[in-house]
Design a protein around this ligand. Structure first.
Ligand code: 5GP
Ligand code: ZN
Length: 112
């Protein structure tokens, strides 16, 4: 995807505060953090949303990198929240699949 924001980050055309990387996924800090730890985990291949994922491997790989990031960021023991906004009602604003990893504070339920 030529001008997808997160594809451009994957290609190194836009700067991002990289936190971790696997063969298939990238993790970087959200530009407008909603929690003390707010990292986005994305597949390097473009999928517009969770709706476009063809099989379990994509989300599985994202989950494993999220687990690694949580440990690295020191939030694994106390806990953290993973969110995947999907589509308009889901509040998705960037059209490249991403998982929000939020930690460093208590997150209430249900979310606002
Ligand atoms: P969504 O609302 O689609 O679930 O989340 C998109 C997230 O991407 C938002 O939390 C927003 O702050 C973040 N974001 C938007 N543009 C950029 C950017 O250029 N760089 C980074 N690191 N995060 C971004
Ligand atoms: Zn993309």
């Amino acid at each position: 995807m030529e001008d997808c924001l997160f594809c451009r980050i994957v290609r190194g055309e836009l700067p991002a505060a990289k936190v971790a990387e696997s063969e298939t996924c990238l993790a970087f800090r959200d530009i407008a953090p909603k929690s003390p730890v707010h990292v986005l985990v994305i597949p390097k291949v473009h999928y517009a949303s969770l709706e476009e994922v063809p099989d379990a491997s994509v989300f599985g790989a994202m989950s494993m990198l999220a687990q690694q990031v949580a440990r690295q960021e020191g939030v694994a023991t106390r806990g953290y929240r993973c969110v995947v906004n999907t589509g308009e009602d889901g509040g998705q604003t960037v059209g490249h699949l991403h998982l929000h990893l939020l930690g460093g504070r208590a997150h209430g339920w249900p979310p606002g």
